[in-house]
Write a protein that binds this ligand. Structure first.
Ligand SMILES: [Zn+2]
Length: 327
């Protein structure tokens, strides 16, 4: 059941079956003439049925509903095409729109690029092929051609008594965008700031310096006057500055773990990842499900790229594999 968090602003909790994330927080805002849905759930039947029935209970007319997508990840963007009517505006960012509006051949090329990067950084070929097949981004993503309404930094979206400003927060994804309401002091944070879990910062071909960008985006949001954060997963919270400080410390810690892994000699990303403390409830790296290995690998690579830019580590190619070492 949707809950009314503030006047005319509802949270719809959409179950993501089989995902450690649990649920997606989708937000619905009622205006006089229109509705605005922020993020959608996976592109699969049970999510669609759930969100449609919740919208019905809230008396939402889909023909008068616009959609805002915080970022391209399948749990946020997946159902945008299924839920949009011909008259809906679908707000999305410039950096990620081409990932959706691609051609099969360009999509294949992008996947090949990622595949090659993962393979050369030590991800075992067989497991890599399997991860691609089962990856939620591929299974439940938004892959229909869409006529997006592109939003830029500072763009405003008015709905009912809410007047949101788009705040670009790249890092978790290349064009991640939050919505800030300066009068009500609320921030719809997508996956930029989460409270009970840490947002995954991974490698993107479109954003090779993702961790650097993420830390900059944290600083940007720190400066905002916020009373309530509405995140994409788990619980709502008040103190965004405290959480930002914790998130920064978390990445510092992760970098220390990576540096310490390299003290015993050069390693591939895949060899370094098990040295990092992953808070997902498995005793050993061997027990990690493949999808979790994939996320851990991407996160490790993003931290190594950051350390490389800082001059702390370097990489070299040996027998077709990339090895990282301390400078
Ligand atoms: Zn995400």
């Amino acid at each position: 059941m949707a809950e009314e968090i503030l006047e005319n602003l509802f949270r719809i909790s959409i179950p993501l079956l089989g995902s450690p994330l649990g649920n997606l927080n989708s937000y619905l805002i009622k205006g006089e003439e229109k509705f605005l849905l922020i993020d959608t759930g996976w592109n699969e039947k049970s999510c669609l049925n759930h969100v449609v029935s919740e919208l019905k209970k809230l008396n939402v007319d889909l023909k008068r509903m616009d959609i805002f997508i915080t970022h391209v990840h399948a749990d946020h963007a997946g159902l945008a095409s299924a839920l949009a009517s011909q008259t809906s505006k679908v707000y999305f960012n410039r950096e990620e729109a081409p990932i959706v509006n691609s051609t099969p051949s360009r999509r294949k090329k992008r996947q090949k690029t990622i595949y090659n990067i993962y393979l050369s950084n030590g991800f075992p070929d067989k497991e890599l092929k399997k991860s691609f097949k089962n990856h939620p981004a591929i299974k439940y993503g938004l892959w229909d051609q869409m006529d997006f309404f592109i939003v830029e930094e500072g763009h405003s979206i008015d709905i009912g008594s809410y007047s949101f400003t788009c705040i670009k927060t790249p890092g978790h994804s290349p064009g991640h965008t939050c919505l800030y309401e300066p009068n009500k002091k609320i921030l719809i944070s997508g996956d930029h700031i989460l409270f009970d879990i840490t947002p995954n910062i991974t490698f993107w071909p479109e954003l090779p310096d993702s961790l650097k960008k993420y830390l900059e985006s944290l600083e940007k949001v720190y400066a905002l006057d916020v009373k309530l954060v509405l995140p994409g997963h788990r619980n709502l919270m008040n103190d965004h500055r405290k959480r930002i400080t914790e998130l920064k410390a978390h990445h510092e810690e992760r970098m220390k773990e990576i540096i310490s892994a390299l003290k015993t000699g050069e390693k591939t990303v895949f060899e370094i990842a098990p040295f990092v403390r992953w808070d997902i409830g498995y005793k050993s790296w061997q027990e990690f499900p493949l999808t979790q290995k994939w996320f851990a690998f991407g996160e490790t690579l993003a931290h190594l790229k950051y350390l490389e830019e800082m001059g702390v580590v370097k990489e070299e190619q040996k027998l077709g594999q990339i090895l990282f070492f301390l400078t």
